[in-house]
Design a binder for this molecule. Structure first.
Ligand SMILES: CC(C)(COP(=O)(O)OP(=O)(O)OC[C@H]1O[C@@H](n2cnc3c(N)ncnc32)[C@H](O)[C@@H]1OP(=O)(O)O)[C@@H](O)C(=O)NCCC(=O)NCCS
Length: 206
């Protein structure tokens, strides 16, 4: 199948009422890795969307990373149909994020009209992924809904998200950002695997 057409070839939509969003636990590990590996490969398909890491290599490293995230993030969700993991969302609070990326606020070139009050207290949606054969069924939106509700119940009303635009633009991620009404807040350059990447920083009120 032509991967570029994966998004429009699904004819029978999945009923989102059959889906359940819950916190990721150790028993979801195989499902998480399978979802991550479906969109995180060596080949970055800019139309279908992609994760930067290649989950086909060094599985142990990613198991360890997911275990740490399960222990440390209050916002690591899986979406399931029965026991089958169809997608996941990982978010961090400002405190967690700044520990990982201490210069994030200063390294970002903020848009002139972006209100920096939003930086006082926020969550960052670090990763969202849906099984590559199942995108366009509302699964990502269900994950986002749960993340938004939980952030609000924690008293957090601002979120950020980053999308790669260079060297390869992640079109699926940009489209998703539009659907969820994210707004452009800034641009950041980051080093990854010896390359310089350019990211759009999106902001949304929750
Ligand atoms: C981004 C992603 C999580 C969206 O999940 P999803 O389940 O397809 O999302 P939904 O079905 O709720 O919403 C789909 C919307 O996303 C956009 N979208 C999703 N896949 C797309 C694709 N291949 N091409 C274009 N737009 C796409 C569309 O705007 C679509 O809106 P529509 O349904 O009104 O047409 C999913 O495409 C994905 O896992 N991509 C690979 C990983 C990735 O890029 N993650 C983001 C960076 S961390």
């Amino acid at each position: 199948m032509n991967k570029n057409k994966a998004h429009i070839q699904i004819v029978k939509p999945l009923k989102t009422d059959d889906l359940q969003v819950c916190k990721a636990t150790e028993k979801d590990m195989e499902g998480l890795l399978a979802v991550a590996a479906s969109v995180g490969t060596g080949d970055k398909n800019h139309r279908q969307g992609f994760l930067m890491d290649n989950y086909h290599k060094d599985k142990e490293k990613y198991i360890k990373k997911f275990q740490e995230d399960m222990a440390n993030s209050k916002m690591f969700y899986v979406i399931k149909k029965g026991e089958k993991v169809l997608g996941f969302l990982l978010a961090y609070t400002k405190e967690q994020w700044i520990k990982m990326e201490p210069n994030w606020v200063f390294d970002t070139s903020w848009k002139w009209d972006f209100d920096k009050k939003a930086l006082k207290k926020f969550v960052i949606l670090e990763k969202i992924a849906v099984k590559s054969s199942m995108t366009g069924n509302g699964i990502g939106s269900e994950l986002f809904k749960k993340f938004r509700e939980d952030a609000r119940s924690m008293g957090i009303h601002d979120m950020f998200s980053e999308t790669l635009i260079s060297p390869k633009p992640n079109f699926a991620s940009m489209e998703f950002a539009m659907k969820q009404q994210y707004q452009l807040a800034g641009i950041r350059y980051e080093k990854f695997d010896g390359k310089v990447l350019t990211d759009i920083i999106y902001h949304r009120k929750l």
